[in-house]
Design a protein around this ligand. Sequence first.
Ligand code: XMP
Length: 325
Amino acid sequence: MSRLKRLKEIPLEKLNAKKFILEKTKEIQAKVGAEKAICALSGGVDSAVVAMLGHKAIGNRMKTYFVDSGLMRDGEKEEVIETFKQLGIHVNTIQASKIFFNRLKGIKDPEKKREAITFAFYRDVFPKIMKREGTKFLLHGTNYTDIEETVKGIKRQHNILSQIGLNTIKEFGCIVLEPLAELRKPAIRVIAKELGLPKEIYERVPFPGPALAARVIGEVTLQKIAVVRKATKIVEEELRETNAFQYLAILHEDKITGIKENKRVFGNQIEVRCWESEDASKARPTELSYQKLARIAQRITNEIPSVVSVTYNISKKPPSTIEAV
Ligand code: XMP
């Protein structure tokens, strides 16, 4: 039987949030016993729910970390730490940007890039944290759609391990617990609300584990991440009001001729995407007004010196995917 068939999805309409939380809390307690566990909190709804479930289950033996990969958005670390402080959860940080950029160096192939992100997390960063905390237990926010996409060969999601045959103890020295593996995003949002997470978390727009590296076509460098980070900030500021499922900026690999300050330049191209979707498995572009698109283009080309061209993606998923890498 395939790994996907063995895992049963709990559809939103069949979800009993209270019961689910109780069962998963007991499961974590039973597996972790008297030991500690770690989790990597990005601030997204999946990892936030896992951190909360872990704290509910084993209290302060749950060690929550924000991995500063150098690939995150502007101000993201500070925001996540502050939000969880308000919830009474201390978030440790680990500086790992050198690790991530070294792993990504010279890689252009999208699946190899995703593999490099996996290795940065699981071979380099998590073993350090597990050693520091003296545990092998790692709690993960893997959801049903992540598993489905990877197992079906659509795209390797950075956090899919055992489902593609990787032995996590042998490969990375960790025992992975995935309490959300049966749920898709809308169901996870319900659990988040039930757990008392604030609205900015349970309604948070998805952001991928590989972070801005999933939005740079070609080799990922510090300079390219800086460009896509600025474009992301503008796109998020402009499109938040749409309440779309997800909106993002992508930095293309090709450069093109443009004009800045009355001179020819060979500049960057940014692609904007804005998606309507239920659970990320299918999506269609939001019908943004021309006025909105023009404003985004103007802001990006004015505020980011290297960018000379902005486009809007009008294809559906499939055949497109939500992220570019
Ligand atoms: P795609 O690009 O496959 O994205 O259409 C579907 C949804 O998943 C998010 N995404 C990821 N999330 N690790 C994650 O945690 C990943 O490797 C990853 N790749 C994509 C994406 O942002 C979208 O919401």
